[in-house]
Design a protein around this ligand. Structure first.
Ligand code: IVH
Length: 675
């Protein structure tokens, strides 16, 4: 392909990929398979890598992330980000309507049947964001901050697939659109399941998870979190619309994700209907809302009503009260998780709450039980908040039976009888009997065989239970001693499924090192950390010999992970387990093809990369510098060894390099240097 053709192909691919993104993430109507989509994206990324001169800031390849934001720049909002006043009852809403009508000079008698036109919307429970577009391109994304100024999180927001990087149709030259970034409930549950897998405390709720994610420095991690964004407020000079509803309709045609539940209501009665409709239905939404927002539709009327110091007079939020019921606490059970953490669970007399029947509620930990002073036989108030599992919020002391026994938290593991421990600063008790406590052993084996670990997909939780009960497996290493004859006597185990299982176990020996490392279930070592560790140490033996300092040198490894690794490797039973797994032929080192040969050729060199390159991407060059012992630096100073200069190096940098006498070398010269 000629340069012109390549440029054209990149443009076509970008457009096509963005259209598919829009179909998938905004319209929820994909027209190609994930596989086909990935192929298109791969082709684009490859072409841009080979021809970085054609890489545009709004290319869909930017959505996979990778750029790091060290410090989020503080930006003043062009229009302050106000909040809404809250209301909690029908009367509050009636009062709001009265104030609006009075403000607009619509007397009681004028209001006969027709009423004010309101727009009702869901109140998304996430973090607010302001997106500025200029000439149809996303220019900047800023968080709410204190309402006057917020953080520039553009790089992170670009990874959200439903946020258009480039608009279609005819849109204003420059405008801001505000909305809410949130984490869909399913994604939140998946993240927490993964965190639990590696023994990390679960995130409290989707809102905290979303705002925590936006503050992350590594946009690749943000991209992996699968955030979503609904837009609900268009701002700009000379907007050519009569009202809010029309503006949202227009924004929808430019590519923004506008909720399908926005409703134009005539008069307050229709508003109340909308509120009641969502009171129950909200639990069926795939994301959390904490209420409804009601806005006067007409722009002229909005202007007439104006603002108080804190919020617009033309809008109000209606907050749903968390629904509460009272029921009897029948017993308290204590569950033991894969990592040994104990969770107390309340068994309740079944009761109807928020559209479902509730039989159990989480009691979280010993402190909460102590604080609530909850006792078996008590009547307790149960509430459904954002979380799926309802929680006990209080005890109805007026109904406490005389002689009800104070709850004493268990001191020993209900599964294996070992005395429980509690680490300083941690809320949960845990059972330290890692290697013999049945739910911990079974849980670890389940993790070991899971899809993203050893991927022995013919081995589900039920079969693990059977094998464990039959005394055939007591650790993951025992899987590799299984014989087909052992399996056949098991219930529901036919010849074919036994063979599948044997084949799956055999095939797992080829699973690459980083996944084996993840499969071991070392606390705090998730998939990404396992990859980084594998890349740095290349073999388990090298990793086991590493000192704390050397462990800390690996990307992503801080004190907590280093400590966890040292503890895991110093445990004799773990050493024994690793020996057995090594003996069985599992992969405990990187494959040759995964290793790029490094050297010390650039040791002591501080190198600045500047300009556009033809043979490598900037990230590749950075990686090469590190691979050969050099240091990447962002700015030219007297300490700079040389500037690796591509085409179109910035004039300021060039001047600085010349004035300090720093040498410039080309990409070809650099290649020779490290050969
Ligand atoms: S409109 C001036 N609409 O609720 C009007 N806000 O307490 C500004 N929110 O800061 C907001 N869903 O983060 C609006 N459909 C919606 C909303 C919404 C959620 C959030 C937003 C705002 C807060 C106000």
């Amino acid at each position: 392909m000629s340069k012109k053709e390549i440029e054209h192909r990149i443009q076509t691919l970008s457009k096509e990929i963005e259209e598919h993104n829009h179909r998938y993430y905004v319209l929820d109507k994909p027209s190609i398979s994930d596989f086909e989509f990935d192929k298109l994206l791969e082709e684009l990324i490859q072409l841009e890598k080979e021809h970085p001169e054609f890489l545009k800031e709004d290319s869909p390849s930017q959505r996979v992330g990778g750029a790091i934001t060290k410090v989020f720049k503080s930006v003043k909002h062009k229009y302050p980000m106000l909040s809404l006043s809250n209301s909690y009852s029908e009367e509050d809403i009636q009062d709001f309507d009265r104030r609006v009508r009075e403000g607009l000079g619509m007397g009681e008698d004028l209001f006969s049947g027709s009423g004010v036109e309101y727009v009702c919307e869901l109140k998304f429970d996430g973090l607010s964001i302001g997106l500025t577009y200029e000439q149809g391109q996303l220019l900047q994304a800023v968080t709410r901050g204190d309402g006057v100024q917020g953080d520039d999180v553009t790089t992170n927001v670009k990874t959200i697939r439903s946020v258009p990087l480039r608009l279609s149709g005819s849109f204003p030259e420059r405008f801001e659109i505000r909305g809410e970034i949130f984490l869909p409930r399913k994604v939140f549950d998946d993240i927490n399941r993964e965190r639990e897998d590696i023994g990390e405390a679960p995130l409290a709720n989707p809102r905290n998870a979303a705002s925590g994610t936006m503050k992350m420095q590594d946009s690749a991690v943000v991209a992996s979190r699968k955030l979503d964004c609904y837009l609900y407020h268009l701002l700009g000079e000379n907007l050519d619309y009569e009202g809010h509803y029309e503006s949202l309709e227009a924004a929808k045609t430019w590519g923004f994700k506008i909720s399908e539940h926005v409703k134009l209501c005539r008069g307050i009665e229709e508003v109340l209907k909308y509120i009641h409709h969502w009171e129950e239905k909200r639990f069926k939404l795939p994301f959390d809302i904490d209420g409804i927002v009601i806005k006067v539709n007409n722009y002229k009327q909005q202007r007439h009503l104006g603002f108080t110091a804190k919020s617009p007079r033309w809008a109000i939020a209606y907050k749903y009260k968390a629904e509460q019921v009272s029921t009897e606490l029948l017993s308290i059970a204590y569950q033991v998780g894969r990592t040994g953490a104990i969770t107390p669970v309340a068994n309740l007399k079944p009761v109807h709450l928020g559209g479902t029947t509730v039989k159990r509620a989480s009691l979280h930990n010993a402190d909460i039980i102590e604080k609530l002073d909850v006792r078996v036989g008590d009547h307790v108030f149960v509430e459904k908040g954002g979380e799926i599992i309802p929680k006990i919020v209080a005890v109805d002391l007026s109904k406490r039976k005389p002689g009800a026994h104070k709850t004493h938290y268990i001191t020993h593991c209900p599964e294996c009888g070992t005395e429980l421990k509690r680490s300083e600063g941690e809320a949960a008790h845990f059972c330290p009997n890692q290697n013999f406590c049945p739910p911990q052993v079974k849980g670890r084996i389940e993790h070991f065989v899971s899809r993203r670990a050893m991927n022995i997909d013919s081995l589900g939780a039920e079969t693990i239970e059977q094998l464990y009960e039959a005394g055939l497996i007591k650790s993951m290493a025992d899987l590799y001693d299984l014989k087909k004859e052992d399996l056949l006597p098991l219930e529901r185990m036919a010849e074919k499924s036994a063979q599948n299982l044997m084949d799956g176990i055999q095939a797992s020996k080829n699973v690459p090192f980083e996944r084996v490392l993840f499969a071991l279930g070392i606390r705090h070592v998730g998939e990404t950390t396992a990859k980084k560790l594998a890349k740095k140490f290349r073999s388990l033996d090298a990793m086991m010999k590493a000192s704390r300092e050397t462990l800390l040198e690996a990307d992503e490894v801080g004190e907590v992970i280093a400590e966890s690794l040292l503890e895991f490797f110093s445990n004799e039973q773990n050493q024994e387990l690793i020996k057995r797994l090594q003996h069985k032929g599992l992969t405990f080192e990187l494959h040759e093809s995964q290793i790029k040969a490094g050297s010390e050729k650039l040791k002591g060199f501080s190198i600045v990369i500047s300009g556009v390159f033809t043979r490598h991407s900037r990230d590749e060059l950075k990686e090469l510098i590190e691979l050969h012992g050099g240091k990447n630096s962002g700015s030219i100073s007297g300490k700079t060894s040389f500037v690796l200069a591509g085409e179109n190096m910035g004039p300021e940098k060039l001047k600085k390099a010349q004035s300090l006498g720093v040498k410039l070398i080309t990409e070809e010269e650099f290649e020779k240097l490290i050969q």
